[in-house]
Design a protein around this ligand. Structure first.
Ligand code: IPM
Ligand code: MG
Length: 367
């Protein structure tokens, strides 16, 4: 199965009534989340579950209404839910560099607030979409990668951070900071995933330049020694960016720090034919999982009803699998997506003409 389990590792706990916080966000976010909810409703009918949805504003829409991209109340509501499904945040309206708050700040505060330190981004290529990718077809055969991106540390959160004037010059500072435990927990999770996959971890760093990467590599090496059944390779991030498109099938689990993971997963989305296809799951230690497509709010096509809902629908499937342990339900969504793509259903990003709603209808009718 193409969009099947990235792993059968269960990060969830047993729940009977599933409470799902919805954060549609900005741009195409509400359009794609709306369709994922329809898919979940069909699943609840078919498998007799009860999903309770709780919708909240977040990102630019929350700045407009509350003056804050993520209010304390919204974060508390997310924490008390069983899982969070998010669309996308951001847009030109909130891009003023001098603004006090930005939609993206809300997203980072949400990730940090939920403690979701590991962002799983599976990258698979449907055989019928091989031609949608600019890469040569033979490179795309057998691609099945899962990138584990560290999500609550590194350059995104390190301190100090900010702007000031020094020696008559304007200065900007971001800090790449990692504690040993932050590195250890995410690499351990990558090894857990690899153990039930193809038993290979590629750790990506910049250890020839960065001190934080040397700590990263040291800890990866230690964990590798504790897990000798899993092969560990270290690659520098610049080389990794090249290997990802020259030999993607050689990679299984890729683990890397926050910023490197952000960049490499956009690159990896080219393999899948469109950024609109890729889901993600962000997990912490037993807490609330956060599920979101890897694409952004796409302000250029927002409101037109033409966005690809598959990344969000597959994120909902990951939610069922990882937070709720509903394997059959998750698999049925993945199978329906696979069948729809296999039958030639295409939104505009994939060179087709289906609307967001029509694509979701095609998937729902196959459930
Ligand atoms: C992503 C996005 C976000 C990130 C932005 C919107 C803050 O690019 O989820 O990959 O950089 O993490
Ligand atoms: Mg990104």
């Amino acid at each position: 199965m193409v969009y099947g389990p990235s792993s059968e590792v269960n990060f969830g706990r047993l729940i009977l009534d599933y409470k799902i916080a919805l954060l549609p966000g900005d741009g195409i976010g509400p359009e794609v989340v709306g369709e994922a909810v329809r898919v979940l409703e069909k699943i609840s009918d078919k498998f007799r579950h009860s999903f309770a949805f709780l919708e909240r504003l977040m990102g630019g829409s929350a700045i407009d209404k509350y003056g804050s991209s993520l209010t304390d109340e919204t974060l508390a509501d997310c924490k008390s839910a069983d899982a969070v499904l998010l669309g996308a945040v951001g847009g030109p309206k909130w891009d003023d560099p001098a603004a006090k708050d930005r939609p993206e700040r809300g997203l980072l505060a949400l990730r940090k607030g939920l403690g979701v330190f590991a962002n799983l981004r599976p990258v698979k290529v449907h055989p019928a979409l091989i031609d949608s990718s600019p890469l040569k077809p033979e490179k795309l055969k057998d691609v099945d990668i899962i990138v584990v991106r560290e999500l609550t540390g590194g350059l995104y959160f390190g301190w100090p951070k900010g702007r000031d004037f020094k020696d008559g010059r304007e200065r900007a500072v971001d800090t790449l900071e990692y504690y040993d435990y932050e590195v250890r927990r995410v690499i351990e999770l990558a090894f857990k995933l690899a153990a039930v996959r193809r038993k290979k971890v590629t750790s990506v760093d910049k250890a020839n330049v960065l001190e934080s990467s040397r700590l990263w590599r040291q800890i990866a090496t230690e964990i590798g020694k504790e897990n000798r059944d899993v092969e560990l390779e270290h690659i520098l991030v610049d080389t990794a960016s090249m290997k990802l498109i020259t030999a993607p099938a050689s990679m299984d689990v890729v683990v890397t720090e926050n910023m490197f993971g952000d960049i490499l997963t956009d690159e990896a989305s080219v393999l899948a034919g469109s950024m609109g296809m890729l889901p993600s799951a962000s997990l912490g230690e037993g807490g609330v999982g956060l599920y979101e497509p890897i694409h952004g709010s796409a302000p250029d096509i927002a409101g037109q009803g033409i966005a690809n809902p598959i990344g969000t629908i597959l994120s909902a499937a990951m939610m069922l699998r990882h937070s709720f342990y509903l394997k059959a339900e998750a698999a049925s969504i993945e199978k329906a997506v696979e069948d729809a793509i296999g039958s030639g259903c295409r939104t505009k990003d994939l060179g087709g003409r289906l609307t967001t709603r029509q694509m979701a209808d095609e998937i729902i009718s196959r459930l």
